[in-house]
Ligand binder design. Structure first.
Ligand code: AMP
Ligand code: ZN
Length: 118
């Protein structure tokens, strides 16, 4: 996709702090980290969001899920981490190229994501 910033990051047209790359996926640090470790794992294939995934993406999605814990540990998440995929308007998605946030590090438990209203 021409105007997708994450496609541009994959191509090296926009600089990023790379965490990992192979033929199918790319991982890089979030520019506004929410915790000591905060990077995103994305498919090289432009898929706009989780709503757009299809059966043909099964292996790619599996690869991302398998890589998430490995890279999280390598980046210093030794005692757990959080994975987040924001999807669409309600999900607060800002960049429409499917990405899995991996957030953790430090020693503090992450804050509750969606507080219980009661
Ligand atoms: P989301 O709300 O899930 O779409 O999150 C998009 C994320 O991309 C945000 O956490 C941004 O901080 C991050 N982001 C946007 N532009 C860049 C960039 N050029 N390099 C690294 N992270 C970025
Ligand atoms: Zn893209």
């Amino acid at each position: 996709m021409e105007n997708c910033i994450f496609c541009k990051i994959i191509k090296g047209e926009i600089p990023s702090k790379k965490v990992y790359e192979d033929a199918d996926v790319f991982a890089f640090h979030d520019i506004h980290p929410a915790a000591p470790v905060h990077f995103m794992l994305i498919p090289k294939l432009h898929i706009a969001s989780l709503v757009e995934v299809e059966e043909k993406h099964r292996d790619l999605l599996g690869k991302i899920m398998l890589l998430a814990p490995r890279l999280a540990k390598e980046q210093g998440c030794t005692d757990g981490f959080r994975t987040i995929i924001n999807t669409g308007r309600i999900g607060g998605q800002e960049v429409y190229h499917l990405h899995t946030h991996i957030i953790g590090g430090g020693s503090e438990k992450l804050p509750v994501m969606i507080p219980n209203p009661s």
